[in-house]
Design a protein around this ligand. Structure first.
Ligand code: IVH
Length: 674
């Protein structure tokens, strides 16, 4: 048995050393921290079970990291230790129990602060002046990176007092700075950093400090050596702050483990909102004297421990890349992953944005990849790990034809995305179009969600957007799990949507690049769909906010006969294709706001609404102070009461029809009542 254990131990040590080298020296780890921790704890467990196999060279017996030779070595006068990890509350309780045993039951006070994800450095001040700065290295010997550290604004050249002091702290990069740096590198065709910590490490280990200077590095201090007469860690931090060093403002002095646990949980909650990455909370016995009494075992002090949050990065396998087709025909690659827990959530898909990203990250089907989740955002694939390839991995070829409709795929010049040319022929596009059209900020058609959009398209009930306004009640009732009430609600909501303003209709049409804001401006500037549709490229370019790309997309949209046909059908259905001011000028009911309630004898409510809208009024489903007229049919209920209360004039159906015949005799009122 122990031969097997010895073999496994040797393998683990070899593996861990290789990872240490990649992590500390190359700043290019190939596994996520959580996986590294697993290897380490397996090794530790085995060594515990077979103490005869423990050797001083084992990674469990010394701090990780190797010394690189490019920089001058610096011997640390006090070793830079690492920390034991706690993953659950129980681990923390055991840690406290051991400390109390060692200190004969004395109650301990604690200090806690976030464990920021950067890299440890040591700064030596003499007479208040920064003399030397070094990396951690192997914990005993680090590297002299003084010129690089001097480029970091957070690290003072001079302290506020002329004292001798060694400061320990973390150099890190804020998340936003990291993203901006990567965006810049992408532009310049340089390799991307996997995460802020790697970016900080890579930036600090530059031979040329001028390169480091261009990197947005930050620093905060978490320990000091040589501060006379400070009895606690908390006070040491306050003293460091007085000396002009950045310390964590919310470092807390905590009286017991309940408070420690509450702090850990609070920071786990805060984690996604912090401007930099933390991977846990460091808990320290607060009193310096007790720290000394507790001492260290191997590479780890007994008086401090790191509570590690569940990882938000993880390694897993890329099983497949599937293409989903977006509303505008974009082919969006989606990574299908072997399910893995990341930050407490099981992740099995991640976005890949576009083809360039797949190429840049060198992703192949079957690759081991690093994925990450930040807050609520969709998981991302950070990179592949080519070192872990077996040779069976397949490069991904983008399809030449739309996987949904078979239409040709094009990649317009200068754009990163590929597009399906199928337009509304492509069901996937039509479903997305419909979802967008019905969405709250567009036509706001309640009850029309993704599922329904899919069945409407797949059943052939909607072939273009205008079909929505001719849906047949009886046919809808045949749809799966669609009860009478839901059908009526849907039809009501669709009818209500006819009252939406021109700018919203324009946004809902889903012209590429035309968002809400652009739609508003276009509606204002052109006033009607006809003016917009016949605008030249130059006309469009003259519109504020319409750059060449947007103008081009709008122009293309109106050059497509299929789009014009849909617009005509929507117009016939009663949608608004004029800006409000012009509609007001145009109709005899301009400025009015109608609400219909109860059952009408001569027409359906939606028809009545469309009618008044056509005549320049607004139609709404709820009575407000802005309502100018309520038309009450049979069995009118609460809306009538509300209108009465608000003093809004109420008409019967007959009065309404009579008024129409007066103001708009050209309108043939169906039913022809009295
Ligand atoms: S105290 C003996 N405090 O975590 C105690 N370390 O795994 C030494 N770290 O190398 C460390 N934030 O780079 C301490 N608030 C904090 C920390 C912190 C991050 C890093 C540090 C150290 C590693 C230990």
């Amino acid at each position: 048995m122990s031969a097997e254990a010895a073999q496994r131990i040797a393998l683990l040590r070899q593996e861990i050393e290789a990872h240490d080298y990649r992590y500390y020296v190359l700043a290019q780890p190939v596994i996520a921290d959580a996986e590294y921790d697993r290897l380490m704890s397996e090794l530790r467990d085995l060594e515990e079970a077979y103490p005869e196999l423990v050797s001083p060279e084992s990674p469990t017996q010394r701090p990780g990291g190797l010394v690189e030779t490019r920089f001058e070595p610096v011997a640390h006068r006090v070793p830079m230790l690492s920390l034991a990890n706690a993953f659950k509350q129980d681990d923390l309780q055991q840690w406290e129990a051991r400390n109390r045993r060692l200190l004969e039951g004395r109650a301990l006070g604690y200090a806690a602060e976030p464990k920021i994800d950067g890299l440890a450095v040591s700064l030596r001040y003499q007479g208040g002046r920064l003399m030397q700065g070094a990396t951690r290295g192997d914990g005993f010997t680090g590297e002299d990176i003084t010129p690089n550290l001097r480029t970091i604004a957070d690290i003072p050249e001079r302290l506020n007092e002329p004292i001798d002091l060694e400061v320990r702290g973390e150099v890190y990069m804020a998340t936003a700075d990291f993203e901006a740096l990567n965006a810049r590198r992408l532009n310049e065709g340089e390799g991307l950093f996997a995460n802020p910590r790697n970016a900080a490490a890579g930036s600090l280990r530059q031979q040329d400090p001028r390169v480091t200077r261009t990197r947005p590095l930050r620093f905060w201090a978490y320990a000091a050596i040589g501060l006379p007469s400070v009895p606690t860690h908390t006070e040491a931090l306050a003293r460091l702050a007085d000396l002009g060093l950045p310390v964590w403002q919310d470092a807390a002095s905590l009286s017991d483990m309940d408070a420690v646990w509450a702090y850990c949980q609070r920071y786990e909650q805060l984690r996604p909102t912090l401007p930099f990455e933390i991977d846990g909370v460091v808990i320290k016995v607060d009193a310096v004297r007790e720290q000394a009494e507790l001492g260290a075992v191997g590479r780890e002090p007994r008086w401090a421990i790191a509570f590690k949050f569940p990882p938000i990065q993880a390694t897993t396998r890329l099983i497949d890349i599937r293409i989903s087709v977006g509303r505008t025909g974009t082919l969006n690659p989606v990574a299908i992953l072997e399910p893995v827990a990341v930050g407490g959530v099981i992740v099995s898909r991640a976005t890949l944005h576009n083809e360039d990203e797949i190429r840049r990250k060198d992703l192949r089907l079957g690759d081991v990849v690093i994925i990450q989740r930040a807050g609520d955002v969709i998981p991302q694939v950070v990179k592949s790990i080519p070192e872990r390839r077996t040779g069976a991995e397949q490069p991904f070829a983008f399809p030449e034809h739309c996987p949904e409709c078979g239409s040709a795929v094009i990649k317009p010049e200068g754009l990163a995305m590929r597009y399906c040319t199928g337009g509304t022929v492509c069901h996937a596009q039509l479903v997305e179009q419909l979802k967008h059209f019905a969405s709250r900020r567009a036509m706001d058609i309640e009850h029309l969600g993704g599922k329904l959009a899919e069945s409407l398209v797949s059943q052939g009930l909607v072939r273009d957007l205008s079909d929505l306004y001719h849906l047949d009640r009886a046919t809808l009732l045949t749809l799966d799990r669609f009860a009478e009430k839901s059908v009526d609600n849907l039809l009501g909501a669709i009818a209500d949507s006819k009252a939406r303003s021109f700018e919203r209709v324009l946004f809902a049409l889903g012209v590429h690049e035309v968002g809400e804001q652009t739609a508003r401006i276009l509606a204002e500037q052109f006033g009607s769909i006809d003016a917009l549709a016949t605008a030249t490229l130059d006309d469009l370019l003259a519109v504020p906010g319409c750059g060449p790309v947007v103008s081009q997309r709008i122009h293309e949209f109106f050059a497509e006969p299929r789009n014009l046909a849909v617009i005509e059908k929507l117009r016939a259905a009663g949608l608004q294709f004029r800006a409000r001011a012009q509609a007001a000028l145009a109709g005899p009911l301009a400025g009015e706001s109608y609400v219909f309630t109860g059952r009408l004898a001569t027409m359906a409510r939606p028809e009545a609404e469309a009618l008044v809208v056509k005549l320049g009024a607004r139609a709404s489903s709820s009575v407000t102070k802005a309502t100018t007229r309520l038309v009450a049919g049979e069995e009118a209920g609460s809306k009538r009461e509300k209108a009465q209360k608000l003093g809004i004039p109420i008409w019967s159906e007959d009065q309404f029809l009579a008024h129409l015949r007066t103001v708009a005799p050209e309108v043939v009122v169906p039913g022809g009542a009295s």
